[in-house]
Design a protein around this ligand. Structure first.
Ligand SMILES: Nc1ncnc2c1ncn2[C@@H]1O[C@H](COP(=O)(O)OP(=O)(O)OP(=O)(O)O)[C@@H](O)[C@H]1O
Length: 228
């Protein structure tokens, strides 16, 4: 593998919350355009790993680099900017702004980047169409089903054309059929845009759709390639 293919890299991550060790030496690499599942039992550190990859959590030891730049070498502002432009986050709960419509929620990352309101609204409308809920643009999150909310979250995660999308349990809050449809939307959308995709999940069927699976146990990655 050349350095150029590497998009995200995490090495020897340790992270504790009080006396609870969430990560104990986890390592993972994500190549450009690759689709990766992170699986493992409840409490094995999957969400913590995802947030370290996103730079929303800093590890106690070890490091994460994005496109060759170590996240711990950046200021908090620079990490936020990097995340805004290059990393799409799709989280399970509470990520939509309740006061805003679906369209406004999707447009928000573009407005934060300084894009013109009309351009942001147009891009948001296109993404709502791509994820199959163009007709719900004016609904607020409380008026949407769980699956529709997840589609809005996917559209919002992808609207900035990120190089990588990090998704935490996109099926977790949904029934089996609804969950599968939502993941299919996510997989299809990232394949079309060429973004890499990292999905944290309990669902092994979902993992089977990905290019590769990394398994976490007790805060350590069992993946064989991570140490290659
Ligand atoms: N903010 C926090 N404060 C305290 N403990 C935390 C925090 N976040 C995670 N933990 C603990 O760290 C460990 C790993 O949690 P994490 O959420 O990363 O696991 P997970 O594999 O994603 O679990 P699940 O599949 O149940 O979502 C768990 O023991 C959890 O209780």
């Amino acid at each position: 593998m050349t350095q150029n293919e590497l998009l995200l890299q995490a090495r020897g991550l340790h992270k504790g919350f009080g006396s609870t060790p969430a990560l104990r030496g986890a390592s993972v690499v994500v190549r450009r355009g690759e689709q990766l599942a992170v699986t493992g039992p409840s409490g094995s550190g999957k969400s913590t790993l995802l947030h370290c990859l996103a730079g929303t959590l800093l590890p106690d030891a070890g490091w994460v680099s994005y496109d060759g730049h170590r996240l711990d070498g950046l200021s908090a502002d620079a990490r936020t900017r990097l995340r805004r432009v290059h990393i799409g986050l799709v989280l399970q709960f509470g990520q939509l702004v309740p006061e805003l419509t679906a369209l406004e929620n999707v447009a928000l990352p573009l407005l934060l980047e300084g894009r013109r309101r009309a351009d942001a609204a147009e891009a948001a409308r296109q993404w709502l169409d791509r994820v199959g809920i163009a007709g719900r643009a004016d609904a607020t999150p409380a008026e949407l089903s769980g699956g529709e909310q997840q589609r809005v979250a996917i559209a919002r995660g992808l609207v900035s054309s990120p190089s990588v999308v990090l998704a935490d349990e996109p099926t977790g809050a949904l029934d089996t059929v609804g969950g599968e449809q939502v993941v299919q939307v996510l997989v299809k959308a990232t394949r079309e845009t060429g973004a890499a995709l990292v999905v944290v999940t309990h669902d092994h069927r979902l993992a089977a759709w990905m290019d590769r699976e990394v398994v976490l146990r007790d805060g350590q990655t069992v993946d064989t390639e991570a140490d290659a």
